[in-house]
Design a binder for this molecule. Structure first.
Ligand code: 9MR
Length: 355
């Protein structure tokens, strides 16, 4: 029964289409309030959409800055910045804040094989692998930070250090296996050496902000700070995949990082439409959820902003994994036809009364 429910594709009435606004000014209002509201973009087409600046004042290249996209040859450590530069330069010309994502990301290799670092290392004698991966990681951080010096000021230097389903243990990803758990600290220190002006962020996916895993993440961050490891902020991704996080739990959690002297940011917000199927109007309920999450950020001074992990419901990384994420996902602020969804005016209304 429940399996049927999960896989049953549903369509909900799009009553919001009756009042799609001509223009919106969420991006402007966010700028005036000194907060970033952004989206992850896949390509120039999304960035060039006439709604982009109406909605956002910030952007995160979804994949363009990742190792697998910029490094064309692991052995010679050759780079091709054409696509990434085009996107970043265009975003800057539009006046957007650009978030750099992500320099050291184990799952990109383990899950997405982009690139497959294990396969690369296995060509070399076992005794050399640790040194090789450490060198590659350090070199990559330095090359990226030098290349984007003065253009990108905030970087997810290390992405997703915890086991996705564990109790808060460090994920046994390719960096942990070859470099050791110290890879986190080595990466953060290397980033500081490469460009002392950037904001160094550790970005993590938590499924809620109250369980052992969330606690372990806090303890890890606290210990890095106490040991003087360079770290300016924490990114909380906020993918709501199988259940919805109660928004109010986020505020208390963010305040704990603020008390350590760190900034926080909601970096990859999304909540699948399917999670709202019990509501009369799932699109409206989704909008209210996003409004309430954004409110948590506005309530915490150290919170720099909120980024949605995609531009419009036409495409989503989740649609590419239908067995894990059966449709409807439709998690973004624009729908499958790039029409403005209810979330937009609901979030916009927060800026009329806040800050
Ligand atoms: O959305 C991204 C997808 O297109 C890529 O194939 C994948 C691997 O690079 O990464 C996805 O984005 C992830 C982000 O980089 C880190 N947090 C989880 C995101 C969704 O998987």
């Amino acid at each position: 029964m429940s399996a049927l429910w999960i896989y049953y594709p549903r369509e909900y009435i799009r009553s919001y289409l009756a009042s799609v606004p001509e223009t919106v000014s969420l991006g402007n209002k966010a700028s005036l309030a000194g907060v970033n509201v952004g989206a992850a973009v896949r390509d120039m087409n999304q960035l060039n959409d006439s709604r982009y600046l109406q909605l956002y004042n910030s952007v995160t290249p979804e994949n363009a800055l990742k190792l697998g996209r910029v490094m064309t040859d692991l052995d010679t450590q050759t780079y091709d910045f054409e696509e990434a530069d085009a996107l970043v330069n265009h975003a800057l010309a539009m006046g957007l804040n650009v978030r750099g994502h992500a320099l050291v990301f184990g799952k990109a290799s383990d899950m997405f094989k982009s690139p497959d670092l294990d396969a690369w290392l296995e060509q070399y004698p076992e005794t050399q692998r640790s040194a090789m991966l450490t060198q590659l990681m350090r070199q990559h951080i330095s090359v990226m930070l030098q290349h984007y010096r003065g253009r990108i000021h905030t970087w997810d230097v290390v992405n997703e250090v915890l086991d996705l389903f564990g109790n808060g243990n460090i994920e046994k990803n390719v960096f942990q296996r070859y470099v050791g758990e110290d890879y986190i600290e080595i990466a953060l220190r290397t980033a500081k050496e490469a460009d002392e002006t950037i904001k160094i962020v550790l970005n993590e996916q938590l499924n809620n902000y109250t369980d052992n895993r969330a606690e372990a993440f806090f303890e890890l961050i606290k210990s890095l700070v106490e040991r003087g490891v360079p770290l300016d902020g924490v990114g909380l991704q906020a993918h709501n995949l199988y259940s919805l996080t109660p928004p109010h739990t986020l505020k208390a959690y963010m305040k704990r990082f603020a008390a350590l002297g760190l900034s926080v940011e909601i970096t990859e917000l999304e909540a699948r439409l399917k999670l709202f199927s019990n509501f009369d109007d799932p699109y409206l309920a989704q909008g209210k959820f996003y409004r309430d999450i954004t409110q948590q950020c506005l309530d915490v001074k150290a919170c720099l902003g909120v980024t949605f992990w995609g531009y419009s419901d036409e495409t989503s990384w989740m649609n590419e994994l239908p067995y894990l994420f059966p449709v409807p996902n439709e998690p973004y602020l624009l729908d499958i036809n790039r029409k403005v969804k209810p979330a937009v005016s609901l979030i916009e209304s927060l800026f009329d009364s806040n800050r």
